[in-house]
Ligand binder design. Sequence first.
Ligand code: SF4
Length: 160
Amino acid sequence: MNLLRKIRSTGRVAEPAPPRPTDAPPAAARELRGSAQVRHVDAGSCNGCEIEIGMAFGPVHDAERYGARLVASPRHADVLLVTGPVTRNMAEPLRRTVAAAAEPRLVVAVGDCALNCGEFAGGYGVEGAVGDVVPVDVEVRGCPPAPERIVAALRTVTGR
Ligand code: SF4
């Protein structure tokens, strides 16, 4: 009973919804009609971006309320959320993962490393940025990007 009382007294913890982003959605996003199944791919990240993605889908920022939902397989996904510079070992798995997602699909590159290799540029194990390996539809800048930015990028995809 104490737990139930606690749940009732805590109430809603999510941040109030900010205004919808005004960025034009990628063309493929229009076919998703407000709902995006999202598969995260770590292509060589330091895990900083993963912590922020975890926050974006946590109870405070709650990306699910805008129609974005994490799934466990690229075969169930419309959106690939890719972090990190792409390491040599992850280049081919990333290509295969993107190919495994059905069309229409979108790739969202999250973090400066995904966009331009960031701190890891020139590293011996780095193949390149995400855009060097697969086509990128949406970019999220920052090292790491704040959860608000990740949620805003997903909202441009879902349009909600
Ligand atoms: S952008 Fe920053 S936090 Fe994200 S993987 Fe690169 S170094 Fe880590």
